[in-house]
Ligand binder design. Structure first.
Ligand code: TC6
Ligand code: NDP
Length: 284
């Protein structure tokens, strides 16, 4: 079990957390979750499995994925996984080919793989910029297109949820990620139309400050300010995102496509998040 993470919910928490959904809300569905070993992806894997889905978790590090699969199976759920770098198109295509050839295809894709490092934009190195764009924009696209090609080939309906960030207001020190995620949102809105004839829905979730192990890249001072970045004056949990994602993936989302569901405690309307710490210039 990947228990007792430094930040966020443990497998024990996720196995027992209350849910508003019926236990068969995703019965018989196969859900692929990229970044499934991370904080939000792991919560999504637990919730979807508990709602009856067979979950397939992917990520680069087997040490994050393997214990999760073991824990899900020990709890009686159907789970499998593969190591996969979403930036590597050949790996992505190979994964989707195997998923359809040997593992029963897929109905749902959740792209939770992603991330960035906090730095003032003026100091970005070309390599750092490219790493974040490649991960969040190209990597997400690789997974989306590879999934959609299979859904078109097999004339099978599909649903995609992309986990992005709030790009409209108030998140600073991660301009590379803002650029990439704005790209993912626009892309998702475009293909929501283009792929509607294939019965593929594409939506995004924009989380606010959600306490997960992904917060390790932020300084203690930056993290300490996160609860005050929204009018609810607290941070959210990975479960908040998992339930929003389930809403979009399950039948409750059947008439929703091209949407961005913001789950940020109202932070898009009030508050600001400085991942690098707030510069004195703005501290008036
Ligand atoms: C509430 C707040 C909002 C929260 C939002 C969240 O999403 S939270 C949760 C989200 N979770 C996460 O965000 C997960 C954590 N994030 C990551 O894993 C990475 O940021 C990644 C997504 C870019 C992966 O990149 P990768 O696999 O390629 O890893 P790599 O290590 O090889 O880096 C490549 C290059 O990037 C550069 N560079 C990297 N770090 C720094 C830095 N601190 N400083 C400066 N530059 C940095 C550097 O150029 C480096 O190359 P070098 O110079 O070393 O040869
Ligand atoms: N937590 C928060 O406050 C917020 C999070 N988000 C976004 O939500 C998503 C999930 O975040 P969260 O769970 O908190 O972060 P985590 O860092 O816990 O999880 C992200 C996961 O993505 C995986 N990943 C990163 N790069 C790649 C890659 N190239 N190929 C495959 N997998 C990759 C990592 O797995 P591995 O290391 O094994 O590759 C990691 O487990 C991210 O996109 C994040 O930016 C958005 C807003 C706020």
């Amino acid at each position: 079990m990947t228990d007792a993470p430094a930040f966020g919910l443990s497998d024990t928490d996720l196995a027992a957390h209350n849910t508003v959904f019926a236990s068969d809300a995703l019965k018989g569905r196969v859900a692929v979750i990229s970044g499934g070993g991370g904080g939000i992806g792991r919560a999504i894997a637990w919730l979807y499995a508990r709602l009856g889905a067979s979950v397939v978790v992917t990520g680069r590090k087997p040490e994050k994925i393997d214990p999760l699969i073991e824990a899900l199976r020990a709890a009686g759920h159907t789970a499998s996984g593969e190591t996969l770098d979403i930036r590597d198109r050949a790996q992505v295509d190979g994964f989707w080919a195997r998923q359809w050839a040997d593992k029963g295809g897929a109905d749902i894709l959740v792209n939770s793989a992603g991330g960035q490092f906090p730095q003032a934009a003026i100091d970005f190195s070309p390599k750092g910029w490219n790493a974040v764009i490649d991960t969040n924009l190209n990597g997400t696209w690789n997974m989306m297109q590879a999934a959609a090609l299979k859904w078109r080939e097999f004339e099978h309906p599909g649903s995609i949820v992309n986990i992005v960030v709030v790009t409209t207001h108030g998140l600073y020190g991660v301009a590379h990620s803002m650029a990439a995620r704005a790209g993912v949102i626009s892309l998702s809105q475009s293909v929501a139309v283009e792929w509607a004839p294939y019965n593929i829905r594409t939506n995004c979730i924009a989380p606010g400050a959600i306490e997960t192990e992904g917060w390790n890249v932020y300084s203690p001072a930056a993290r300490a300010a996160y609860p005050k970045t929204n009018p609810m004056m607290r941070v959210g949990t990975a479960w908040d995102i998992a339930e929003a994602s389930a809403f979009l993936s399950a039948a409750s989302g059947n008439f929703i496509t091209g949407e961005v569901l913001t789950v940020d405690g109202g932070g898009q309307h009030w508050g600001e998040t400085w991942t690098t710490g707030k510069p004195d210039y703005f501290d008036v």
